[in-house]
Design a protein around this ligand. Structure first.
Ligand code: ADP
Length: 693
């Protein structure tokens, strides 16, 4: 390493040396200066050729020591690529010893350092590409002349190195050099740091709490998404603003006549300078008005991030508007609930294993106690009648387990010894943070008495009804005989006075015979009506489709005469008295054809559908229809809408059908559009009741 250097080389190494944060370049500058001094000394010594060799050797020695002493790796090679210098720094960084490197070409050595992932090709190509890049790298102060390369250590580990090159010419020969620094660890630290920063940023951004960070001067540096949602301001609008200016925009001081900016500036002055400020110790509540005008109630917690310059301030803001609203609603509902309980006419007791924890005023009243407090702490089971002990304990046990129970009647003994019946229903609740049972009790002593009276009354009514029906049945039976007699005798008398054409007597006798016959029909109808219950047969599976076919067979003549079209949907099998079902369908179908519209052939449709555990049958016709006021009347025995000569009949049919359906546990009604047709409905239980009479 001797000889003069051109100014160009000095420029290159100077500019490299001046690169900020580049210690090897600094060393190089010093080395450059030293070399310049050496060259001057050499020039001087050239004048005295006898000392030249010694000086040169000494200088070479110094230079070598200098190279060995620096941390960075230094490599020097000639214009053929033969390595002339390879310092200890290179040995450590590349993992190839000085002896192994010196004398070899840079390409030979490079081939041992090519990382497996390299796609530039073999060692020569790889290194040529690196040299090309380095040559193209500008060396001005504004650009970093360093190149980052991955190299493989002999142990296989990958290292990242930073390389900067230089060259110089001595006595017409150009020499090349490289300064190498191992930045593997630094890179890892930087990568870790950047990962941490990303993590932190993600955390801040994804937080549902609004977060704001400032620098040491109180200028906003971070403003997360939740802050944007809360305030309606975009981070771009806010970052860089002093925090107090931002706060004065969206919040107001809690006091009249205070200027928001002055108020918040004062707060922030304290926050930025006093690390013991109360805001760092307390959670503060505030209102924030968003740009949309919505007011959010928030909780703010301030914290400090110490730095070299002082500390930065952070604030976590939690929107508690909904929480507050729920709290208020809860308080209101609590109040409502309490008022309801206090005002309730029913006794409401909360107990745990029978021990009364709470009793409302109605409970005190029920048990003849002067005040609810007086029964608190008492064992509820002590006032329960021995007969009701077992059931009340069983129910209480179920309530405790959270099993739903039905209202239960129990007997309790009052303070004065009298017994009353109460109906109670309990359920498990949380009372003062512990599980307990809340029971609602109602004094049903009076109700029980009335129920008993009602039951007796109903039984009496049923008996008297049965008596009446029996009486009517016997009466109709007994009436038939004299009526038949009247009809027969009047007909005999009529035959006797047949010669007397103008006789008034004949007319009277005809009237007697006709009315007698009608009376006979009415009595017969009445007997049939009464027989629905007394003469009914037990229920058995009855195929309604077969019943319909039988009915149509019976009504064959009427169907032909009226040219009726009768259709039906599939009909179910029901538990019923089949002959009574025949009566029902017969009456309904006969009526549907009888009450046809003039000149319009009857169209009748029978259908059935299952609804709420019942079969609902319908018989729809296109006949004259029924005025709305008669929808109920037509089901009364002997009620008719038209005179007998318009439509024949006695008014028994529908009353009979209704009685039959009711005997089967169903009901019957009509819907009609006068002039357009009627639909008669009746229901039968899917599971029929026990056949009754
Ligand atoms: P009756 O047919 O002997 O008159 P019902 O008890 O069968 O007795 O019917 C009572 C009345 O209800 C009938 O007189 C008639 O006015 C009315 N009615 C019954 N069925 C129909 C129907 N399908 N269309 C119009 N009216 C009807």
């Amino acid at each position: 390493m001797s000889g003069s250097r051109k100014r160009r080389e000095e420029d290159r190494s100077d500019s490299a040396a001046g690169a900020p944060g580049s210690p090897p370049a600094g060393d190089l500058k010093a080395e450059n200066e030293a070399l310049k001094r050496e060259i001057t000394a050499l020039k001087a010594s050239l004048a005295a050729p006898e000392g030249y060799e010694a000086v040169l050797e000494e200088s070479d020695e110094k230079f070598r020591n200098l190279l060995q002493g620096i941390y960075e790796g230094i490599i020097l090679n000639d214009d053929k690529g033969v390595i002339l210098e390879w310092n200890t720094g290179m040995e450590e960084i590349i993992g190839i010893s000085r002896d192994d490197a010196i004398g070899r070409t840079i390409f030979e050595v490079a081939s041992r350092c090519v990382p497996e992932s390299n796609d530039a090709g073999d060692g020569k190509k790889w290194l040529s590409a690196i040299i090309d890049t380095l040559d193209r790298t500008p060396t001005s102060r504004s650009h970093s002349p360093h190149l980052e390369i991955a190299v493989k250590h002999p142990d296989g580990a990958l290292r990242t190195i930073e390389v900067k090159n230089f060259y110089y010419t001595v006595l017409g020969r150009t020499f090349y050099g490289g300064i190498v620094r191992d930045i593997t660890d630094l890179k890892m630290i930087l990568e870790n740091l950047s990962e941490r920063e990303d993590e932190l940023n993600n955390l801040i951004q994804s937080s549902s709490d609004a977060i704001l960070l400032t620098d040491e001067e109180g200028r906003i540096t971070k403003f997360n998404k939740a802050q944007e949602r809360l305030t309606g301001l975009a981070a771009d609008e806010v970052v860089g603003l002093p925090a107090w200016e931002f706060q004065a925009l969206r919040s107001s001081p809690k006091g009249p006549g205070l200027d928001p900016l002055t108020w918040y500036k004062e707060i922030w002055d304290r926050l930025l300078h006093d690390e013991n400020d109360q805001f760092y110790r307390e959670i503060v509540e505030d209102d924030i008005t968003s740009t949309t005008g919505a007011v959010h109630h928030v909780q703010v917690r301030a914290f400090r991030i110490p730095t070299k310059k002082g500390f930065r301030v952070g604030a976590i803001v939690r929107d508690i508007t909904d929480l507050k609203r729920t709290e208020v609603a809860l308080l209101e509902s609590e109040k409502k609930y309490r008022t309801l309980i206090e005002m309730s006419p029913d006794a409401i007791v909360i107990h745990d294993g029978g021990i009364i924890l709470y009793a409302n005023p109605a409970t005190a009243h029920l048990f003849h106690a002067s005040h609810p407090e007086n029964i608190i702490g008492r064992d509820a089971f002590t006032i329960i009648h021995p007969d009701s002990q077992a059931i009340s304990r069983t129910v209480a046990e179920k309530d405790k387990e959270g099993i739903s129970t039905l209202p239960t009647e129990i007997q309790v003994i009052r303070k004065d010894g009298t017994i009353m019946t109460v109906e109670g229903r309990g359920r498990r609740i949380q009372y003062q943070g512990k599980p307990a049972i809340e029971v609602i009790l109602r004094d049903v002593t009076e109700r029980k008495k009335s129920e008993q009276q009602l039951r007796e009354y109903a039984a009496n009514l049923k008996r008297s009804n049965e008596d009446l029906e029996l009486f009517a049945y016997i009466a109709t039976h007994d009436l038939q005989e004299p009526i038949r007699g009247i009809v027969a005798y009047s007909q005999l008398l009529l035959a006797e006075c047949r010669s007397d054409h103008s006789s008034q007597t004949k007319k009277y006798l005809e009237n007697i015979a006709r009315d007698g016959l009608r009376l006979n029909t009415l009595v017969a109808d009445l007997r049939e009506y009464l027989r629905v219950r007394s003469g009914g047969r037990p229920f058995a599976p009855t195929d309604m489709e077969r019943i319909l076919q039988d009915t149509l067979h019976t009504l064959h003549r009427q169907v032909t005469e009226t040219q009726a079209t009768i259709t039906h949907d599939p009909l179910p099998i029901v538990q019923a008295d089949s002959s009574q079902m025949t009566q029902v369908l017969q009456n309904l179908l006969a009526n549907a054809m009888k009450f046809q519209q003039k000149g319009i052939a009857p169209t009748v449709h029978v259908s059935a559908s299952s609804l709420d555990g019942m079969w609902q049958f319908s018989v729809r016709d296109n006949g004259v229809g029924i005025p709305e006021g008669y929808f109920e009347k037509i089901f009364i025995l002997f009620e008719r809408l038209y005179p007998r000569d318009t439509y024949p009949g006695t008014g028994l049919g529908l009353a009979l059908c209704k009685r039959i359906v009711e005997r089967h546990g169903g009901r019957m009604w009509v819907e009609s559009d006068e002039g357009r047709g009627s639909t008669f409905y009746f229901t039968l239980p899917v599971t029929a009741p026990e056949s009754s009479v």
